[in-house]
Design a protein around this ligand. Sequence first.
Ligand code: PMP
Length: 353
Amino acid sequence: MLKYNFSAGPCVLPQEVLKKAADAILNFNDLSILEISHRSKDFIAVMDKAQALALEHLGLTGKGYSALYLGGGASMQFLMVAYNLLEKKAAYLNTGTWSDKAIKEAKMFGEVNVVASSKDDNYNHIPKGYTVPDDVDYFHFQTNNTIFGTQLHETPDVNVPLVCDMSSDIMSRQRDFEKYDLIYAGAQKNMGPAGTTLVVVKDEILGKVSRQIPSMLNYKVHIEKESMFNTPPVFPIYATMLTLEWLKDNGGIDWIEKINDQKAEMVYSEIDRNPLFKGFVINKEDRSKMNATFSLHDESLAERFNAMVKEAGINGLNGHRSVGGYRASMYNALSVESVQTLVDTMKELERTA
Ligand code: PMP
């Protein structure tokens, strides 16, 4: 079994979570978690806990927010956001492929003002110095760009509702979450397996658009039905609940943020120090602490490096096809030891090249 999993998502999960999830498949209160009814009191307790933990980790308990676990992936949210919130005009920041896809969907529902974009530079930086007009229904952006390895470290200061795709850095660091009106994130990076998407929405922003919204795409319907309008993805939600419990038992976001800072520092120091490698992101302040993108100066070393990576037990280091090179995804469950192994392998290449 490959030991060090740098996959971009679905990705590494805590061993303890995998063990508990596996046990629950065989026995969850005398049945399998895969067999129980979503209407059973045992699963209702799981859903309640998963919702409560998400709000608690984000510091949003009792502050007028609802937490939902929906199907359809984060990609479904690209259109659900616009369906529910876009009456006339919305502003979007284009920082990567996923932003671009969100923009494409939103355009079907109204006017979209792309306030800034780094698309022409293959998204190698986060655009700055843009203004978000006050007359838009909301401003949408992504905190972390999984493919290109950029991250917004500050929350944009705007006077309109803030809608954010946090798929690849949710639960990895503190932010001023109360400034956000809607946050969504596919579970399959820092929260659990693929199959469910967390949506945290401030109740007061809903019900303002004039169009009719089909029930399955209507946040209000899902809130009224306590995230069980239809059969929810039972097992992914259970595994997500376990991961959120693991995070809480260890000290929450404050705890993991320190470890994530340490891992990012280890990788980026080596990228900067090692003469064989170069980083993809041009501004250091835009570098992602979740996905470090880099490549070799000399591509002829790739075969040797790839073999060394495999030999070291490292999985999932290949860069996305639109960037090339390598991508070290360092989600919450990735150990410091894994990062040390990668750094040692990079040093070893330098020593033997
Ligand atoms: N947003 C971001 C930032 C992502 O990284 C991804 C996929 N990894 C998505 C959206 C799309 O998520 P999904 O595949 O769950 O639809």
